[in-house]
Design a protein around this ligand. Structure first.
Ligand code: FMN
Length: 169
């Protein structure tokens, strides 16, 4: 599958089968995330792989949609802002670094035939408590990881003419 086809195929999966994710596939997906670029190559993040079996109730405290715990695995991408590269004007790029890592992970999952969904609308306090996150570790995004039980919807996107400018504003 070429890269454009891969990006077309990815969509936010909001219904999952309980079928297990093969260990080999999980390793390959995590390795794609590991290869993501980060500012100054600091790699200031941690990925937490959570098996949902028997943890449904506490995970639903983090994000209450039932489909969040349907897949066998949920992954939490955490930033470590104090370890991140910071631009001279003080801009900390931790969110960007973690987003790139998460995007590698999500596209690798798509390439492996697995479904994912970016989740930012979770309860950070519940995430901290349930996952035992120490100070300085910021949960930034979650995704379930599993086989889709739904069908991809038609992509709704603005046309390029509304999104791209050439040479200047
Ligand atoms: C940073 C980010 C946060 C998101 N948070 C949520 C979320 O909390 N819950 C949810 O159901 N979808 C969430 N989404 C999914 C978006 O709604 C979805 O990507 C968008 O509508 C485009 O649809 P598609 O992913 O199927 O192409 C999020 C996506 C991104 C990139």
């Amino acid at each position: 599958m070429d890269f454009l086809e891969l990006t077309r195929r990815r969509y936010s999966v909001r219904s999952y089968k309980s079928d297990p994710v093969e260990k080999e596939k999980l390793s390959r997906i995590l390795d794609s995330a590991r290869l993501a670029p980060t500012a100054a190559n600091r790699q200031p993040y941690q990925l937490i792989v959570i098996h949902t079996a028997d943890r449904e109730a506490e995970l639903l405290r983090i994000y209450s949609k039932v489909w969040f715990v349907e897949a066998p695995i949920v992954i939490c991408a955490c930033g470590m802002p104090a370890k991140n590269w910071v631009r001279k004007d003080g801009k900390n790029y931790n969110d960007v670094d973690v987003a790139i890592v998460m995007d590698h992970l999500i596209l690798a999952a798509t390439a492996a035939g697995l479904g994912t969904c970016w989740i930012a609308a979770f309860d950070p306090a519940a995430a901290r408590e349930v996952l035992g996150l120490p100070d300085g570790i910021e949960p930034l995004a979650f995704t379930p990881l599993g086989y889709a039980a739904d069908q991809p919807p038609r992509k709704k996107r603005k046309p390029l003419s509304e999104l791209v400018r050439y040479e200047r504003w």
